[in-house]
Design a protein around this ligand. Structure first.
Ligand code: N01
Length: 563
């Protein structure tokens, strides 16, 4: 068992877990990463569907911790494809010799906190058992795929594939009748690509989605040289932008601009900015009337590329504000419906009744398919976190503790679960940010905290109840400043029936969040209790520079989004 004692057990070998491993190793910590699948990459390993690519620009969706890595890696396109991202991840793993710390086909089944030893006792799917001072969950926010359970599902004689569990062997669509259920980012990305191969493609849509064109393009040698000559400035700009994408929100309200000015601004953003379109004016996500101007512009754009008038009304989103749900960044999604072999099935008009041996029966007709793809999304944020049984200090499971929704201090830890950390989890900017920026920020912050604890003889760290209540209130207050709460989405738990309706990501922006993280550390990890002996052994909180274990609520006062 000796070799199974580690300082930190990291769960997940995606971008987050790998970055955390790298950060912790720099401080000389012994780290074991466990990964349920048979290779690195997390979501980028599993989501191998045709057309899968990142909708954050390649230069920004990459690690910043090594200037050499930044300089030597050459991205081929503005928005990298899934295979290219996976090659990058593997390159990083080999270059920094990370693989030897990772155990594959090893899923976390159960972790129980041993309150007297201040260690986590861990059981894995491969039978291995571990003891770790810290348990760091880097399991991703969109890693628990969700499939509707239609009647007759097992009767269907063709192939059923989920976008997020894409087969490793190639799927040949040539001459096939294909169905895609779901029109989120995954469905919208794969539609135009599969349409080119399939004999017939039917897209089952429940909610029309907004999308901004990717304007993807190859990266020239000159552009690569220029970016790399100024990479630090580019990173600074990303870190100091609200979303971590490098876009600075417009200074003006959309409502102050004349219609002509707005059209010019939106037109320019439409052709180049991807997600940056949403920041053309600072209040697009804050004010419904401002949002309407952007939404109307997008609706006109969508209408202009759809040839069949009867499809326009169905494909154009009207039932929610632009970006209140996650919009897509697409490459020819709407145009795909101009093809003779592509059909839209509106399941709000004619719901799916059941699967049949040959396909799908909707209320109006029978559809026959060879392949049916579920692009139906995920049990977001908490799906993978709550899958293993994680038992805290009082014998309570994390699932029980979070039965009314996740409760955290800074999205990082939760009371009753000492020495447990979550990377890019609920309560942090996570999916409202360039997740790479959030991953790096939190990994370094956590590694510093763990190092600090080691140097100050701290055995146990635990979030205080007061701090987590203040943080949840702050996350809610920030969300209420925005339009995010006006729509049902996976941001607020609406994607799974019966899931607590709680707004999960932190909408205060990565820069504001970073300030709070730093302030927390400067104040001796405010909101966390640092103990030299485990509480179970009647240890006292050690000061370790702490001024207070509660949070100064003045630090959490709402400030405008984009500040
Ligand atoms: O999942 P989604 P996704 N019957 O949840 C529909 C990231 N991502 O995999 O909206 C019919 O967005 C559902 O309909 P509705 C990105 O953060 C990134 O597409 O619930 N339809 C919706 O249309 C993204 O936001 C990239 O009414 C059903 C769709 O399925 C996130 O992953 C690429 C249904 C699910 O959309 C998730 O995207 C891809 C049912 N029973 C994804 N159940 C990058 O580029 C669900 N739907 C980085």
């Amino acid at each position: 068992m000796e070799s199974n004692n580690v300082d930190v057990m990291v769960v997940g070998a995606g971008f987050g877990g790998l970055r955390a491993l790298h950060a912790l190793r720099r401080f000389g910590k012994s780290v074991q990463v466990i990964e349920a699948s048979d290779d690195v990459g997390g979501v980028w390993y599993h989501n191998g569907y045709p057309g899968a690519r990142c909708d954050v620009e390649s230069y920004d969706y990459s690690y910043s911790f090594s200037a050499e890595l930044e300089q030597e890696w050459v991205w081929s396109e503005r928005y990298a494809t899934q295979p290219e991202i996976l090659r990058y991840i593997n390159h990083v793993v080999e270059r920094f010799d990370l693989r030897k710390h990772i155990r594959f086909q090893c899923a976390l089944l159960r972790a129980q906190y041993d309150a007297k030893a201040a260690r986590w006792r861990i059981q894995c799917s491969d039978g291995s058992q571990w003891s770790a001072q810290f348990l760091l969950m880097a399991v991703g926010q969109l890693s628990a795929p969700k499939s509707p359970n239609y009647p007759g599902l097992n009767r269907f004689g063709g192939q059923v594939i989920h976008s997020a569990v894409w087969p490793k062997e190639p799927v040949d669509f040539t001459g096939k009748r294909v169905a895609i259920i779901g029109t989120g980012s995954s469905g919208m990305q794969m539609t135009p690509v599969i349409a080119q191969k399939a004999a017939h493609l039917t897209v089952f849509q429940r909610t029309p989605n907004y999308s901004v064109p990717a304007s993807n393009a190859p990266i020239s040698a000159e552009e690569d040289r220029q970016v790399k000559a100024n990479y630090r400035q580019r990173r600074d700009q990303a870190w100091n932008s609200p979303t971590g994408l490098g876009f600075t929100p417009g200074k003006k309200s959309a409502l102050e601009a004349t219609p002509e000015e707005r059209d010019q601004v939106y037109e320019a953003a439409w052709h180049r900015l991807g997600f940056g379109f949403a920041l053309s004016y600072f209040d697009i996500l804050l004010n419904k009337a401002a949002n309407d101007t952007a939404a109307e512009f997008i609706r006109k754009k969508i209408a202009s590329v759809i040839d069949k008038p009867e499809l326009r009304d169905k494909l154009i989103p009207r039932d929610h504000a632009f970006a209140a749900r996650r919009p897509s960044v697409d490459s020819g999604y709407f145009q795909a419906f101009n093809r003779d072999n592509v059909e839209l099935a509106d399941v709000r008009e004619f719901p799916i009744v059941e699967f049949t041996a040959k396909g799908i029966r909707t209320q109006d007709k029978d559809h026959e398919f060879d392949i049916i793809i579920f692009a139906t999304g995920f049990d977001a944020f908490t799906g993978s976190l709550l899958k293993p049984e994680i038992v805290g200090r009082h014998g309570m499971t994390l699932k029980q503790k979070w039965s009314a929704g996740p409760v955290t201090q800074l999205g990082i830890g939760t009371s009753g679960f000492p020495n447990l950390f979550v990377l890019v989890g609920p309560g942090s900017p996570s999916l409202l940010s360039n997740v790479m920026v959030s991953i790096e920020e939190q990994s370094d912050w956590l590694a510093n905290m763990i190092d600090h604890m080691g140097r100050h003889g701290v055995a146990e760290v635990e979030v205080t109840e007061m701090a987590e209540q203040a943080w949840v209130a702050h996350v809610n207050a920030r969300a209420h400043e925005t339009l995010y709460l006006t729509a049902d989405s996976y941001y607020n738990g609406a994607e799974v029936a019966g899931k607590p309706r709680v707004f999960m990501p932190y909408s205060g922006g990565v820069r504001g969040y970073r300030r709070l993280l730093h302030k927390c550390a400067e104040n001796g990890y405010e909101g966390f209790e640092l103990r030299d002996k485990p509480l179970a052994l009647h240890g006292q909180a050690v000061n370790a520079g702490a001024k207070s274990t509660s949070v100064a609520t003045a630090d959490l006062q709402p400030t405008p989004v984009g500040a």
